[in-house]
Design a protein around this ligand. Structure first.
Ligand SMILES: [Mn+2]
Length: 272
């Protein structure tokens, strides 16, 4: 039995299937951790989501910004923009069921896994976790957010994308969801600057990657995986925090990581 984490699939079904074959994924005993942004930008969002639902008892998912954007379009009848590639998902026969499946997923997830030497607690988020937020708090907020989303998807999705908080509040529904699903860099106070999308080298002064200072969440975790930030090319320079998005939908790679021994399995992208 193994646990494999995979970065942003973003509708890259062929690469995803090739990866599952390479790791010899067995849904009867393995687990697949999916770090969000399952869909959009790549060519086969519908196939990806259908397949994931077919192995749903063997997957752990956290939602990403693209998943939420899709849900917002679906529930609030918003036209996808020119770069979006989830049209087929919106008009699919089982669209309601698939959207409902996404709505039930986490924002922050953790689980204990058995490695050769000891039991390790591993966490997963799509983008990042505020530096002074404990794991317990992050998971509690994540659960409350999911309940609110499920309870009234129309209204709560509208709220996320409108984000009416006057001052950023990492504990609020909108603030926490935006941090968990969109953060890359933060200012000296640890507050997110959502406009920066480049790599580590060119970060404007006064801003740092969200993970670069001590993160309270790591007091309760041995290891944390996240996606979202393809420009990192898989590197954070921090041994127990791993960036998984290696830009498959941008023509780079799809990375699978076996959590027990940190072995990486890499699939070359078929996208241009
Ligand atoms: Mn993302």
């Amino acid at each position: 039995m193994s646990n494999y984490a995979v970065g942003d699939i973003q509708g890259c079904f062929e690469e995803f299937k090739e990866g599952l074959k390479l790791i010899n994924f067995d849904k009867s005993k393995d687990f697949l951790w999916i770090a969000g942004d399952l869909i959009n930008r790549g060519p086969d969002s519908l196939k990806v989501l259908n397949y994931i639902i077919s192995i749903k008892d063997s997957v752990h998912i956290v939602l990403g910004n693209h998943d939420l954007h899709y849900l917002n379009c679906f529930y609030n009848n918003i036209e996808p923009n020119d770069h979006d590639t989830f049209e087929s998902l919106i008009h699919a026969k089982k669209a309601e069921e698939m959207a409902n499946y996404l709505l039930s997923q986490h924002f922050v997830f953790s689980k204990k896994i058995q490695t050769k030497k000891k039991v390790k607690n591993v966490g997963m988020v799509h983008a990042g976790i505020p530096r002074d937020m404990s794991l317990k708090k992050a998971e509690t907020i994540s659960k409350l957010n999911s309940l609110k989303l499920k309870n009234d998807p129309k209204k709560s999705l509208k709220a996320i994308f409108k984000n009416n908080d006057k001052i950023f509040n990492q504990n609020s529904f909108c603030g926490s969801i935006n941090f968990f699903t969109r953060v890359r860099v933060v200012n000296k106070k640890g507050l997110p600057d959502f406009s920066y999308k480049g790599g580590i080298k060119n970060i404007t002064s006064g801003l740092t990657p969200w993970f670069s200072k001590k993160n309270k969440v790591m007091n309760s975790l041995d290891y944390l995986v996240f996606g979202h930030w393809a420009a990192l090319e898989g590197k954070t320079n921090i041994p127990n925090i791993k960036a998984l998005d290696t830009g498959c939908c941008w023509g780079k790679e799809l990375t699978f990581l076996r959590l027990e021994d940190k072995k990486e399995f890499i699939i070359k992208s078929k996208q241009k």
